[in-house]
Design a protein around this ligand. Structure first.
Ligand SMILES: [Zn+2]
Length: 150
């Protein structure tokens, strides 16, 4: 029974660790994504996600394009296009307002956001694997000890 109790504790410990890790990684994913999108409050969104989890992350996801999808008018041909486009889609003139949305630093942030998100999802899936192992172990133990039911 000592080994069994230890096994259960290890599974629960790992579960809590994975849940915490998943949430922290998700917070970092939100932070780096917000940086890459030139969001004005990356730290606020990261903290909200870190403390409250997936719900603020989903709200963030709905709002994340707000800055970069803002429309501006081309000074040369007058067509409306997204502020994050480095060049006008019609006449090709350079758009100076796109500078915060492009460049090597933005690519680094995007990559980091992606990496953090992938690992957050991996850990999240692992929690379900643990729950499955836990249930399986309980079923096996119950079936090998029929007197548990009496
Ligand atoms: Zn133009």
């Amino acid at each position: 029974m000592g080994i069994l109790a230890m096994g259960i504790m290890v599974i629960w410990g790992l579960g809590i660790l994975f849940a915490l890790g998943s949430q922290i990684l998700l917070a970092f994913a939100v932070y780096f994504d917000a940086k890459s999108k030139n969001n004005s409050d990356p730290v606020m969104w990261a903290l909200l996600t870190g403390f409250l989890g997936w719900i603020p992350a989903i709200i963030y996801l709905c709002l994340r394009g707000k800055e970069s999808d803002r429309l501006i008018y081309c000074p040369q041909c007058g067509i409306a296009h997204r502020v994050s486009m480095p060049n006008c889609p019609q006449c090709g003139i350079m758009n100076p307002y796109a500078a915060p949305f492009v460049g090597p630093q933005v690519d680094v942030w995007k990559k980091r956001a992606k990496l953090c998100l992938i690992w957050a999802i991996v850990l999240f899936v692992l929690i379900f694997v643990l729950i499955f192992i836990f249930i399986l172990a309980m079923v096996l133990i119950a079936s090998s000890n029929p007197y548990i039911y009496y």
